[in-house]
Design a binder for this molecule. Sequence first.
Ligand code: FES
Ligand code: FES
Length: 134
Amino acid sequence: MSQYTEKVIQYFMQPRNVGSLEDPDGVGEVGNPRCGDVMKIYLRVRDERIEDVKFQTFGCAAAIATSSMATEMVKGKTLEEALKVTNKDVAEALGGLPPEKLHCSLLAEQGIRAAVEDYRRRQRGEAIPVGAPA
Ligand code: FES
Ligand code: FES
């Protein structure tokens, strides 16, 4: 028997919003120090609102399911609202995670934060977009 809820398995088997965006407005890349798993998240932002979001996660089932659920939860939200989505909210939306897998859901929360920060840096003209000509 799996320790995962139906929903976690669903989101792991058929993750939503997988992939990347061309010319994203913000990119976040974070790693989980506990396991070395990584997540990359891409944002398209219009008028302070997340118009589109995609992710690539190289991680365990819980990391992929939470990344997927988190992208669904922040899509359409303003940046401020998106920053309020915590890993606990994401885990709850999935019907819960086994306690030893809760830390995996931090990737999604931190990835979104990192992408929003990257977006804001770019708005201030402090960062060169990834892939921009030198
Ligand atoms: Fe492996 Fe998260 S570190 S389960
Ligand atoms: Fe690494 Fe779950 S095992 S995020």
